[in-house]
Each structure stands twice: as C-alpha cells, then as structure tokens.
Design a protein around this ligand. Structure first.
Ligand SMILES: [Fe+2]
Length: 180
C-alpha cells in the first residue's frame, strides 16, 4: 500500500492526484491517525486473514466486487457516492483480492487528505470516526473482502456540523490525542 498526500487538484477522482515530487506519508503518521494495515499475499491468504480477524474480533465477512463492466450505467453515479466525505460508527475493514483503488483519509489536525493506494494483498483498517472517502482508480475494478465485528452497520454519515460532535468522532479524536 502506497500512502501519500493528495494534491487537491480538481479533476477526475480516479487519477493518482500525487504531488510531483510525491509527498509520501510514513507508517508512523498513519499509525498516529489510527490507520492500521497489513500486507498478506493473496495466494493462501485465508489463514493469515483469519488470524487477524480472530484477534480483532471480526466475526463476519462478505465480498464486494465493484467494476465498470459489471455495473454499467450506475457505475459513475455509484463511485461519486463512495467519494462523499463521511465517517462510520464502526471500523471499516477491507482486504483487497484483485483490482485496486484509493482510500482517502483526513489527517487531523491538518485536515489534509492522505491517499492510500490499495492493491491485492492489502488489509486496511480505517478507524471509526475518521473522515474518509473511496474511489476506484483508472483500472475501474476492485474485489475485496469486507470484515466486520457484528451486524454490519454500513451507514455512512456525511461530514457535517452534526458528525463533528458525533460521540464516535469525539472518541476518535481522543484516541489520537487531538481535542478534548
Ligand atoms: Fe466508508
């Protein structure tokens, strides 16, 4: 997984949006904002993913397959939806089996976007309460496992004054040592 600051240049969200030269983001910075990740080779991934799932209490999982080919006309609208800045009250956990895409996470307190370019073998945990968004890249396809603790609550809360005071947001800020 490659992590770098998003360049904020308007244009297609599927382009890399990498500064020239790149402004890479260290694993320490990712850890300081609560983002966790592992690299697990796809062939024979089950035992390692199962071990992490067991340790972190991810009891359930399903698989998603998002592609331009498979979705036809609704694809463009769908990926614009994924790109709305939002938070969840649960962790968002993805293991990429094929294809690729970009998760953008907000660094706090700078409010800069950090782009996480994920590819097969990346297991990514986005903490509850962090603002983020997702897009496919120019390959236009990704297949990933979604893991979750109990019942999936896939509710995205779009960023607003209300989400700024959501208890899960407040808890997140406490966890990373920012704010109250
Ligand atoms: Fe999300």
């Amino acid at each position: 997984m490659r992590a770098y600051y998003f360049d904020n240049v308007p244009g297609d969200q599927r382009l890399p949006h990498d500064y020239n030269p790149s402004r890479l983001v260290s694993s320490e910075t990712l850890s300081s904002i609560g983002v966790k990740y592992w690299t697990i080779p796809v062939p024979g991934y089950e035992s390692q993913v199962d071990a992490i799932a067991k340790e972190r209490g991810y009891k359930n999982r399903d698989m998603i397959n998002v592609s331009k080919e498979g979705m036809g006309d609704i694809y463009e609208e769908k990926i614009r939806g994924f790109f709305q800045e939002h938070m969840h009250e649960d962790e968002e956990i993805r293991y990429v089996l094929s294809g690729s895409g970009f998760f953008d996470v907000r660094e706090t307190p700078t409010d800069s976007w950090i782009r996480l370019a994920v590819e097969p073998g990346d297991l990514l945990v986005i903490p509850a309460g962090i603002y983020h968004r997702f897009t496919l890249d120019e390959q236009d396809n990704i297949k990933a496992l979604r893991l979750f603790q109990d019942e999936p609550k896939w509710v995205p809360h779009n960023r607003s004054n209300e989400t700024d005071i959501n208890p899960h947001r407040i808890q997140y800020l406490k966890t990373i040592g920012v704010g109250a």
